[in-house]
Write a protein that binds this ligand. Structure first.
Ligand SMILES: N[C@@H](CCC(=O)N[C@@H](CS)C(=O)NCC(=O)O)C(=O)O
Length: 200
């Protein structure tokens, strides 16, 4: 199988961290692509033209990071990245929702900054995404104790979203008013899966 990724993409990083945490790296070749350059043939691998995309040996490729993460987890069920018991299941999925939501809002701002210059840049759109990020970070801080415990898909999504904030928006300090989330992140960031996927 081939996992197409870009080092800077938080969605792609989520799949690469999941690959390592599921301990199945030997099954997958990681291939770097630049999606915005529209590499020839890439739309045959994924109709979305985005990273990440997983090219499977049977031709039934997968796209959308959350689906690829779930697929990787399914290849090694002994590592329970998607806990299924009672409320823990929903806590995990809520963390994925918050992490993905922070990525969507942050990447949306980045795209707006890259593709639109003044005066066509939509300040209203950017402000709205910033509220999404702030509110999601506040929710994670309030529920920071739920991030403790064995490694999960929810933790991975949150960690990759926070790392993307640091990577692209380091001027916006998120830690000061969120000490518990910050402490949890410092510890999770030490994991080999995170260290191994730091963008240049
Ligand atoms: N919902 C998608 C989002 C993926 C995404 O937006 N990736 C960006 C890079 S961070 C991309 O490839 N953009 C190229 C494009 O939008 O055409 C996922 O979870 O995989």
């Amino acid at each position: 199988m081939k996992l197409y990724h870009a080092a800077a993409s938080p969605y792609a990083r989520k799949t690469r961290v999941t690959l390592r945490e599921a301990n199945i790296s030997e099954l997958v070749e990681e291939v770097e692509v630049a999606p915005w350059a529209d590499p020839e043939g890439y739309r045959d691998i994924t109709p979305l033209g985005k990273v990440p995309a997983l090219e499977r040996d049977d031709g039934h490729n997968l796209f959308q990071s959350s689906i690829i993460c779930e697929y990787f987890a399914s290849l090694n069920p002994a590592i329970n990245l998607y806990p299924n018991e009672g409320e823990i299941r929903w806590k995990n999925l809520r963390q994925i929702g918050a992490g993905d939501g922070i990525m969507d809002a942050s990447v949306g701002i980045r795209v707006e900054n890259l593709f639109h210059e003044e005066p066509t840049q939509s300040h209203k759109f950017i402000q709205r995404q910033e509220v999404t990020v702030t509110k999601s970070l506040d929710l994670l801080e309030s529920n920071a104790d739920e991030l403790e415990g064995p490694v999960s898909a929810g933790q991975i999504a949150v960690a990759c979203a926070l790392a993307y904030r640091d990577f692209r928006f380091s001027e916006i300090e998120w830690r000061l008013s969120r000490p518990k989330l910050s402490q949890w992140f410092e510890s999770f960031y030490e994991r080999a899966s995170m260290q191994d996927t730091i963008p240049e």
